[in-house]
Design a protein around this ligand. Structure first.
Ligand SMILES: Nc1ncnc2c1ncn2[C@@H]1O[C@H](COP(=O)(O)OP(=O)(O)OP(=O)(O)O)[C@@H](O)[C@H]1O
Ligand SMILES: [Mg+2]
Length: 306
């Protein structure tokens, strides 16, 4: 479809996405542009889960939103780099060079995103069923009754109990964990080959957080999709990821398999992140999930403190 076919030879056969030397800046009203992403490169294999981890403001969301081409609405510009993606039909394209119309077609059907706060992503005036069906009608041209059937199946897929009744409920009638399942259902409805989850469990309590992580893992086994999972929590990384990219101030400072990163972290910032992982259940007696301890990293002295 898009006429921006990329050089296929640069995307390894088993890869679904390759972010190459990506640079993203916000010009806005600032005198000097904010360089949010500075030369980021990573690949995601078919069926693989890659975690982007790093402190607040390190550029995780901007990287992910740029894959979806959503940052330009906020004044961001891709100043360098490519984002190669292999579509379901085997074609490899550079997402950076697509027109708005072309990328719009791929959102939901090839790549989808789940955000932290399902309440602000769900529309309060439409039922759960209508919101899932809407995505299916838009991308797959199904009739309303076919779309409702798909909505029901996808709600069952994300293990929403009593799915038939839930179809006709409104978002405020669901718990936070159920709303996040609905968001995942919407993201799954058109069977994308890549799902991006941006801190999907941060607003949830620990028990629900664990259930959602289990769900993502199970779905991945069942469907075989690739996942880009964004978190600042190394405990979550250990649970979910195959590979990890550690971001600091807009750059990837270390990347490797989960095993490598935990067994032999090389960068002092990675070491500091790992040492900040709370023991399992240590937040159990807290009223609300707590932000991770701030990891102070001083690059000049190559020293890290927690
Ligand atoms: N709309 C925007 N306008 C200007 N600057 C922005 C905008 N969105 C993000 N930035 C800047 O880009 C940088 C990276 O932000 P980003 O949201 O990617 O961080 P993050 O790693 O996702 O952090 P968090 O863990 O808090 O979500 C930050 O310096 C941020 O201030
Ligand atoms: Mg973010």
């Amino acid at each position: 479809m898009p006429k921006t076919e990329a050089d296929i030879s640069t995307l390894p056969n088993d890869a679904i996405l390759a972010v190459e030397a990506l640079e993203v800046s916000f010009a806005n009203n600032a005198l000097t542009p904010i360089r949010a992403v500075r030369g980021v490169s990573f690949t995601i294999g078919r069926g693989e889960t890659v975690a982007l981890v790093g402190e607040s403001g390190s550029g995780k969301s901007v990287t992910a939103m740029t894959v979806m081409r959503l940052t330009e609405h906020d004044g961001a510009k891709v100043t360098r780099g490519r984002i190669l993606m292999r579509l379901k039909n085997g074609q490899v394209i550079d997402l950076v060079r697509l027109t708005e119309k072309q990328i719009e077609k791929l959102r939901g059907s090839e790549i989808s995103i789940v955000f932290q706060d399902p309440m602000s992503s769900l529309n309060p005036v439409f039922t759960v069923g209508d919101q899932i069906a809407e995505a299916v009608i838009r991308h797959q041209g199904k009739t309303r009754s076919e779309a409702r059937e798909i909505a029901l199946n996808v709600l069952k897929l994300v293990r929403v109990p009593d799915a038939v009744r839930r179809l006709d409920q409104y978002p405020h009638q669901l718990s936070g964990g159920m709303r996040q399942r609905v968001m995942i259902a919407i993201a799954l409805a058109c069977r994308p080959s890549l799902m991006i989850l941006d801190e999907p469990t941060t607003a949830l309590d620990v028990t629900i957080q664990a259930q959602i992580l289990d769900l993502v893992r199970a779905l991945q086994n069942e469907i075989g999709m690739s996942v880009l999972f964004i978190t600042h929590d190394m405990g979550v990384v250990a649970e979910i990821a195959d590979r990890v990219c550690v971001m600091l101030k807009g750059e990837i400072v270390e990347a490797g398999s989960v095993h490598e990163i935990f067994a032999t972290p090389k960068h002092p910032y990675t070491r500091a992140l790992i040492s900040a992982v709370p023991r399992l259940g240590s937040m159990a007696d807290k009223d609300a999930p707590e932000k991770f301890p701030l990891v102070v990293y001083e690059s000049a002295s190559e020293r890290a403190e927690v």
